[in-house]
Design a binder for this molecule. Structure first.
Ligand code: ZN
Ligand code: FE
Ligand code: FE
Ligand code: ZN
Length: 275
């Protein structure tokens, strides 16, 4: 199915050291594919040198904000540009992250889990560590952290909520433990009031599947958890990628709208098919 565009709220800049294109390039790409609203959400600074190679440094944050503000002001009336950030949820860093969030008038904040303990499970450089892992346990630990991230209350959107599958490792078929961990995660998201991200990035990764998988989308929809769309673009050509696939999955789960944010106030955007 094809749909009217909805906001794409997940894209990066070269400050994270693994993306290309400046903010205006992402905006131009968004206009080219017919989007009306986007949000930048580069990887935030984190305290204590956490994952420093894969994110902007503290002293790059003002420049990031100025670049996005400038694009927003320049394109006013043509493209709505929101100012977001993708912060990591990592136990022990909450105070610093919360301080960063309080210090600026964000339109929204995405909270993502990229680490289990000291293991960056989605980092290609740490792929070898999967062979020492109990896959079922890794999934359970991951969903536990995602649930905690929601309950921290710091985030508007819970990023790519089954990222653990990125490289294609799968728990045993029908694992009750993983199902229960998924359910607990969703109950936490529901209680927190945050939106769940539906992300097309997984379609471009070895797993070849939307984050989160259809089973989770259907359970979340049944609970009434809202969704936000993100392409997680790390290059301008990825802006809006996979939007129709993601919206098709939402519609099949009975979801009628996605959310948008301005100054952390949420509104609904109807999902409308194009005939
Ligand atoms: Zn990234
Ligand atoms: Fe992420
Ligand atoms: Fe991202
Ligand atoms: Zn991401």
């Amino acid at each position: 199915m094809r749909f009217e565009s909805v906001p794409d709220y997940h894209m990066h800049t070269p400050r994270c050291n693994h993306a290309t294109g400046n903010v205006m390039d992402y905006c131009q790409a968004a206009l080219n594919v017919g989007l009306k609203e986007i949000g930048m959400s580069d990887h935030s600074p984190m305290p204590g040198g956490f994952d420093a190679a894969w994110r902007m440094a503290n002293n790059e944050l003002p420049d990031y904000l100025a670049e996005v503000e400038n694009a927003r002001d320049t394109l006013a009336g043509r493209l709505d540009v929101r100012i977001g950030i993708e912060a990591d949820f990592h136990p022990g860093t909450e105070n610093a992250v919360s301080g960063m969030i309080q210090a600026y008038a964000w339109d929204y904040v995405i909270g993502s889990v990229h680490y289990i303990g000291d293991w960056a499970f989605d980092n290609p450089d740490e792929l070898a560590r999967w062979k020492d892992m109990d896959v079922e346990q890794a999934y359970c630990d991951y969903f536990e952290l995602v649930g905690q991230s929601a309950l921290s209350g710091m985030f508007d959107v819970i990023g790519h909520p089954d990222l653990i599958k990125k490289f294609g490792q799968r728990p045993p078929e029908g694992s009750i433990r993983v199902e229960m961990a998924e359910n607990a995660m969703l109950e936490s998201v529901l209680a927190s009031g945050a939106a769940l991200e539906i992300s097309s990035a997984g379609l471009r990764k070895p797993v070849g599947e939307i984050y989160p998988q259809a089973r989770i989308v259907h359970k979340a929809a049944k609970l009434g958890i809202p969704f936000a769309f993100g392409s997680d673009a790390h290059a301008p050509g990825e802006v809006g990628h996979g939007m129709d696939e993601c919206l098709t999955m939402l519609v099949q789960a009975g979801v009628q709208s996605v959310v948008a944010f301005q100054q952390r106030q949420r509104r609904d955007v109807l999902i409308q098919a194009v005939s």
